[in-house]
Ligand binder design. Structure first.
Ligand code: AMP
Length: 318
């Protein structure tokens, strides 16, 4: 691999004035050359926050941690790219919310130095022939429901790591399997980027904040609240073991499946946080309770950490 982006540096483009004064300090790069020019002048450490835009409170939490890590002397870079490679046929690539001007204002408010928001043909001048194989974990759960999803995610993350050359990258626990796979790729391919995570940010009603929540009707949003409720019920049953966790969460989801509008469950799983294989009866220590479901046409995912006591737990300490 060559030591830097191939494109010749060119002056980065100014941002639109409609983004507001808070954004005036940040630079918008939309080509690889603009990014290279802007990146070369950034003081380190450089902390990258990769996003698909339509920035919300969850993204803001990532940006704040990034700013903390970069410190006043370092720099935060935000990428905004709705990555076609991670959307399957019939998924919401076309209607995914896009709001660059507002996003620039958010990035400015949160102290980012640089936003990289390339058009699709800048990232993929031609359909890529070489992509990242996410390995066995990438074929489970989200990878099972959305074939090709994690290959698309890891391919774009690898390209962003290469183009931005960050010291640190920040990802949300909301996408727990994605986070685990990014960590795996970073270790396996010696990418030399420190990956840090932020706990899931929730609205006051408990629903995990997501750009896709904008698709939900008020009734669908009520149905979607079964996701955090199921996770909470499952986590509360941790002392009684994996089967009890799944039963408690499953009962909440069963009820939501027969309500109106119904919540259509894709999967509910209690897994080892490293292998993403089911946490069996003998499992002790940290586990992840993961859920994916559809409210109307909107597919939502959520997860919660669960601490399992392992064998001999029954009756112990209760
Ligand atoms: P996205 O724009 O949906 O691709 O998300 C970009 C980053 O923000 C990913 O690392 C997500 O895990 C993270 N993220 C999205 N929603 C939340 C949330 N509610 N809380 C914390 N992080 C989030």
């Amino acid at each position: 691999m060559s030591p830097g982006p191939a494109a010749a540096p060119a002056p980065p483009g100014p941002i639109g004035s409609a983004a507001g004064p808070a954004a005036d300090r940040i630079v918008l790069a939309q080509t690889k050359a603009e990014l290279a020019a802007a990146r070369s002048g950034l003081p380190g450490p450089v902390v990258l926050v990769p996003t698909m835009g339509a920035l919300h409170q969850g993204h803001r939490a990532l940006l704040r941690l990034a700013r903390e890590i970069s410190g006043p002397g370092g720099s935060v870079v935000v990428s905004i790219f709705v990555n076609p490679l991670q959307f399957g046929a019939g998924e919401d690539f076309g209607r995914y919310p896009r709001s660059l001007e507002q996003d620039l204002a958010v990035c400015g408010e949160e102290g980012a130095a640089l936003v990289f928001a390339p058009p699709g043909d800048v990232m993929y001048p031609a359909p890529p022939q070489v992509t990242v194989d996410p390995g066995p974990v990438g074929r489970l759960l989200e990878g099972g429901s959305r074939p090709g999803f994690f290959s698309g995610v890891l391919t774009v993350v690898l390209k962003l790591f290469r183009l931005v050359a960050p010291d640190v990258a920040v990802f949300g626990q909301k996408d727990a399997q994605q986070l685990a796979l990014v960590r795996q790729m970073t270790a396996d391919l010696d990418l030399g980027v420190e990956v840090v995570t932020v706990p899931t940010v929730r609205d006051p009603d408990g629903l995990a904040v997501s750009s896709r929540n904008a698709y939900l009707s008020p009734a669908e949003r009520q149905a979607a609240l079964a996701l955090p409720r199921a996770l909470e019920a499952g986590a509360k049953a941790a002392a009684d073991g994996p089967a009890a966790v799944l039963a408690a969460a499953g009962a909440v989801l069963d009820q939501a499946a027969s309500a109106g509008p119904p919540l259509a469950l894709d999967y509910l799983a209690l897994v080892d946080p490293v292998t993403f294989r089911p946490a069996g009866d003998a499992h002790s220590g940290p586990a992840l309770l993961l859920v994916a479901a559809r409210a109307g046409t909107t597919r939502l995912i959520d997860n919660a950490p669960v601490g399992l006591g392992g064998p001999g737990r029954a009756g112990a300490g209760r």
